[in-house]
Design a protein around this ligand. Structure first.
Ligand code: NAD
Ligand code: TYD
Length: 348
C-alpha cells in the first residue's frame, strides 16, 4: 500500500492507525512540503511494516519504482496542498500537486495495474473534500454524492479537477478507483494554520483568536480517527468507480467552535479573564463559502460506517492532545511555517 501524506495530518493519522491495527504494510511517499514534521511518525521507528520515502507524487520514475519494488496493491492519495488561505495567496503549487501530481500518479498506477497478475485486487483511493460541491445556504439540504460540483476557491477547484481525472480513469480505462469527499477534519497532528488547532494554541497561550467575518460560517466537523476508519472501509469494501461522502454529523458555526474551545480551556487551565475575550473578528476570507454539510447516508447504508465521536467528545480529546504534545507543536512551528506566516498573515 502506498500512502502519500507522512508528516502532516490525515495521512499520518491513517498510517499510525493502519500500523496499530495491522491493516497493512505501508510505503509512505511524501514530499515533506513547508512543514513536513519528523516528529509525527516517531512511534513507527523500527517498524518493518512501514517504509518512508521522501518524494513527489508527480515523479513518475520514483512512483513506478515504488510500486514495483514493494508490489503495491492499493494506493491512497492523501497528498495535496490543502489550505484554502494559502491557495488564495499562492495557487500555483495547488495546481501542480493537486491536479498535475494526481494525473501523473494515475498514469503510473494505470500502467502498473494493467500488468499485474491479479489486477482485480488493485485499488486507487483518492481522498477529496466536500468543498468541491461549493457552498450552501443555512437551510439548504446537505451535499450528496449526486450534488453538482461548483468549487469556489483555487483549492477546491484544484481538488475538483483531480476528482474528475480520477473519475475519467475509471470510466475510460476501467482503473479500479474510489473517491471519498469528506468534511472538515480535526484531531491530533493538524497543522496550526487551520481553525481548530490555531484556536487551541492561541487560546491556550492567551493570544488573539482570529475569526473571519462574523464567525457565522458553518462547517461539518469530522474527527480524524473516524475519517481514517471510513477510508479503510471504502478501501476494503467500496465498489470501484463509486464516490462516498464522509461527514461527522456535527455542523457548527465557527463562533460556536471557537467559544467551545475557550470554555474547555478555561476549565482545564483557568486564567483571570475568560478566553472568549481573545476572540478578534478580522477581515473575511475572499469568496468565503458560507456552509458545508455532508449527507453520509450512502457510506452508512452501504458500508456500515458511522462516526464514533460527536463534536463535544472529539474536541475535548483534541484539546488534550495539543496540551500534551508541546514537542510536536514546537517542531511544526519552527522554520518555514513561521516564515510563511510572518510574510502572509500580518493579522496574526
Ligand atoms: P496536509 O496539508 O496536512 O498534508 C498533506 C501532505 O501531502 C503533507 O504531508 C505534504 O508534505 C504532502 N504533499 C504535498 N504535496 C506533495 C507532493 N507533490 N508529493 C507528495 N506529497 C506531497 O493535508 P491533510 O489535511 O492531511 O489533507 C489530506 C487530504 O485530505 C488532502 O487531499 C485534502 O484535500 C483532503 N481533505 C482534508 C480535509 C481537512 O479538513 N484537513 C478535509 C477534506 C479533505
Ligand atoms: P479552515 O480550518 O481553514 O478550513 P476550510 O477553509 O477548509 O473550511 O477554516 C474553517 C473555517 O474557519 C472557515 O470558515 C474559515 C474560518 N477561519 C477563521 O475564522 N479564522 C481562522 O484563523 C481560520 C484559519 C479559519
Amino acid at each position: 500500500m502506498v500512502s502519500n501524506g507522512r508528516g502532516r495530518f490525515i495521512g499520518a493519522n491513517f498510517v499510525l492507525l493502519a500500523r496499530q491495527k495491522q491493516w497493512a504494510n505501508i510505503v509512505n511517499l511524501d514530499k515533506l512540503t513547508y512543514a513536513g514534521n519528523l516528529a509525527t511518525l516517531r512511534s513507527l521507528a523500527g517498524d518493518r511494516g512501514h517504509h518512508f520515502i521522501q518524494g513527489d507524487i508527480g515523479n513518475r520514475e520514483l512512483v513506478r519504482y515504488i510500486l514495483d519494488r514493494f508490489s503495491v496493491s492499493k494506493i491512497i492519495n492523501f497528498a495535496a496542498e490543502s489550505h484554502v488561505d494559502r491557495s488564495i495567496v499562492a495557487p500555483d503549487s495547488f495546481i501542480q500537486t493537486n491536479i498535475v501530481g494526481t494525473f501523473h500518479l494515475l498514469e503510473v498506477a494505470k500502467n502498473y495495474w494493467q500488468h499485474l497478475s491479479e489486477p482485480e485486487n488493485f485499488r486507487f483511493l483518492h481522498i477529496s473534500t466536500d468543498e468541491v460541491y461549493g457552498t450552501l445556504g443555512f437551510s439548504d439540504p446537505a451535499f450528496t454524492e449526486e450534488t453538482a460540483y461548483a468549487p469556489n476557491s483555487p483549492y477546491s477547484a484544484s481538488k475538483a479537477a483531480a476528482d474528475h481525472l480520477v473519475r475519467s480513469f475509471h470510466h475510460t480505462y476501467n482503473l479500479p478507483t474510489l473517491t471519498t469527499n469528506c468534511s472538515n477534519n480535526y484531531g491530533p497532528y493538524q497543522f496550526p494554520e487551520k481553525l481548530i488547532p490555531l484556536t487551541i494554541l492561541n487560546a491556550y497561550e492567551y493570544k488573539p483568536i482570529p475569526v473571519y467575518g462574523k464567525g457565522e460560517n458553518v462547517r461539518d466537523w469530522l474527527y480524524v480517527a473516524d475519517h481514517c476508519q471510513a477510508i479503510y472501509q471504502v478501501l476494503t469494501k467500496g465498489i470501484p468507480g463509486e464516490t462516498y461522502n464522509i461527514g461527522g454529523e456535527s455542523e457548527k458555526q465557527n463562533l460556536e467552535v471557537v467559544e467551545t474551545i475557550c470554555t474547555i480551556l478555561d476549565e482545564i487551565a483557568p486564567q483571570k479573564t475568560d478566553r472568549k475575550s481573545l476572540i478578534t473578528f478580522v477581515k473575511d476570507r475572499p469568496g468565503h463559502d458560507l456552509r458545508y454539510a455532508i449527507n453520509c447516508e450512502k457510506i452508512k447504508q452501504h458500508l456500515g460506517w458511522q462516526p464514533q465521536e460527536n463534536f463535544s467528545s472529539g474536541i475535548r480529546k483534541t484539546i488534550e492532545w495539543y496540551l500534551h504534545n508541546p514537542d510536536w507543536i514546537e517542531s511544526v512551528r519552527s522554520g518555514a511555517y513561521r516564515q510563511w506566516i510572518s510574510q502572509n498573515y500580518d493579522k496574526r
